[in-house]
Ligand binder design. Structure first.
Ligand code: PLP
Length: 470
């Protein structure tokens, strides 16, 4: 291990010095030698830092369906990075668009100024959104999209003279990123309990995950639509005129692939409409062909939200970018008063960044030209069959799927929650397969360009690894 780390250090120091050329002072060189590849300085997000730094797992390049590790091994990407690289890695069209853009216009101020590509991308995204979601606000991540959506919902009621509508309703086990808004409406204890009192005036619907009723469902589970009726209880408790919006993921991904029971989202929509609450669907992972041959899950489920949050697949993860698509009635409510007045006091330095916009446009082109959303639909039955072929293997207590999403839920080792799935993750990585785990759930979401042969490879490796787990 020590030798490996030393080789690593020498390699990185060499690379670093080479890049810096000879202009570097000897004092700086000395410091560089000490720190250039000291793994310590980087505080890794959502990671076991100390464990990782003892035995790092490093990717140095990626192409199509594969990563390459620093020791030259190819790793099949069964997670599209983090649910984002839908067109596969280093797609030539996206790479070319980004390279061209960075030379042409590297940055343009986002406030009171524009550049053509961001308007073009907004129009393209708007045409892909269901119903009258025809205005688009750009952000840089899913978390920012969620916080933006929540703020727009609050401000919308405010500008319409209903400033008393300040409550936000999320759901247990929901994941809406890591901003204060997102963790407040989210429902994951570890993401909330360390961070103080969060937003006030937030309530939560019950989650919909129930193995007793729905284990081994293929696609949408049948049981549980009635869980949406809890929204009526919350409305009765607080009064509709105090509630601004309800936010849910149509399919929760990061919390372990939790599927909406048949009729559940429709019921939520009905109750929101009845009481004048905005329905926000967080489509950060479900957007852009992940669940079906539609851009959004909303369209697939036939449920029309007032706001959709997007990120990830928008640029296929190439350049960070998020978006919030809002209904015409919401945008119009803000477009009142003097024309020289700023209508929404919100935005980011990098909202609609030119390079991200170029990546977004190229990504949308690729989706269309390569028919990738149709591909999801075509491959989904094969994917479902391959996933469910794992039924009966040791430790597995559920398998569930939709589109090109799959989950394998395992019985936790008594007293050691998460350990079993994490061991599977480590062993898969050694065998050249990247999977993702949340608790004791393995979540799979490959790039949409995956082949049947690669699907077989994923489940072949998983089967071998799971059979060998303690
Ligand atoms: N919302 C949902 C549904 C997500 O799955 C995620 C990330 O996985 C986010 C928001 C946060 O996105 P980001 O990590 O880009 O901030």
């Amino acid at each position: 291990m020590f030798i490996l780390c030393a080789i690593f250090n020498v390699y990185f120091v060499f690379k670093f010095l080479k890049n810096k050329g000879t202009a570097m002072s000897s004092a700086a060189q000395e410091k560089t030698q000490v720190t250039a590849n000291n793994l310590e300085a980087f505080w890794m997000p959502f990671s076991a830092n100390r464990q990782f730094k003892k035995k790092p797992r490093m990717f140095v390049s990626a192409k199509d369906m594969h990563y390459t590790t620093d020791d030259g091994r190819k790793v099949l990407d069964a997670t599209a990075g983090l649910w984002c690289c839908n067109v596969g890695h280093a797609h030539p069209k996206v790479v070319a668009a980004v390279s061209k853009q960075v030379q042409e216009l590297d940055y343009a101020p986002a406030f009171q100024m524009g550049h053509p590509k961001v308007f073009e991308l907004a129009s393209r995204v708007a045409t892909l959104m269901p119903g009258s979601l025809d205005h688009v606000f750009f952000t840089n991540s899913g978390s920012e999209s969620v916080d933006t959506a929540l703020k727009i919902a609050l401000a919308y009621h405010n500008v319409r003279g209903q400033a008393g509508r300040t409550r936000l309703i999320g759901r247990e086990r929901g994941y809406h990123g890591v901003g204060f808004g997102g963790i407040s409406v989210g429902g994951l204890v570890n993401n909330r309990k360390f961070f103080g009192s969060l937003l006030t005036g937030v309530d939560h619907l019950p989650h919909t995950h129930n193995l007793k009723e729905n284990a081994y469902s293929k696609g949408i589970p049948q049981w549980g639509a009635h869980l949406a009726d809890d929204l009526e209880r919350i409305v009765t408790l607080h009064g509709a005129d105090t509630i601004a919006a309800v936010i849910v993921e149509p399919v929760a991904g990061s919390t372990g692939v939790l599927l909406p029971p048949k009729g559940y989202l429709e019921r939520l929509r009905e109750i929101c409409t009845k009481h004048g609450l905005l329905l926000i669907l967080d489509e950060v992972i479900t957007g852009f062909g992940r669940v079906a041959n539609t851009t959004t899950a909303a369209e697939y489920f036939g449920v029309q939200p007032d706001i959709i949050t997007l990120a990830k697949g928008l640029t296929s993860g190439t350049i960070p970018m998020g978006a919030v698509a809002v209904d015409k009635k919401i945008y119009d409510a803000f477009m009142q008063g003097p024309e020289n007045a700023i209508e929404l006091f919100h935005g980011y330095t990098y909202s609609g960044h030119p390079v991200a916009a170029a990546a977004g446009l190229a990504t949308l082109d690729v989706y269309q030209q390569e028919g990738l959303f149709e591909r999801t639909k075509e491959l989904a039955p094969y994917w479902e069959q391959a996933l469910h072929s794992l039924k009966g293997l040791p430790h597995i207590i559920d398998l569930r799927n939709i589109g090109l999403i799959g989950a394998i839920e395992m019985e936790p080792i008594p007293g050691k929650p998460t350990a079993r799935a994490f061991e599977a993750f480590l062993q898969c990585f050694e065998k050249g397969l990247l999977i993702r785990t949340t608790g004791d759930i393995i979540a799979l979401s490959p790039p949409l360009i995956i082949s049947k042969q690669q699907i077989d490879e994923i489940f072949g490796t998983l089967s071998t690894v799971i059979k060998g787990l303690a």
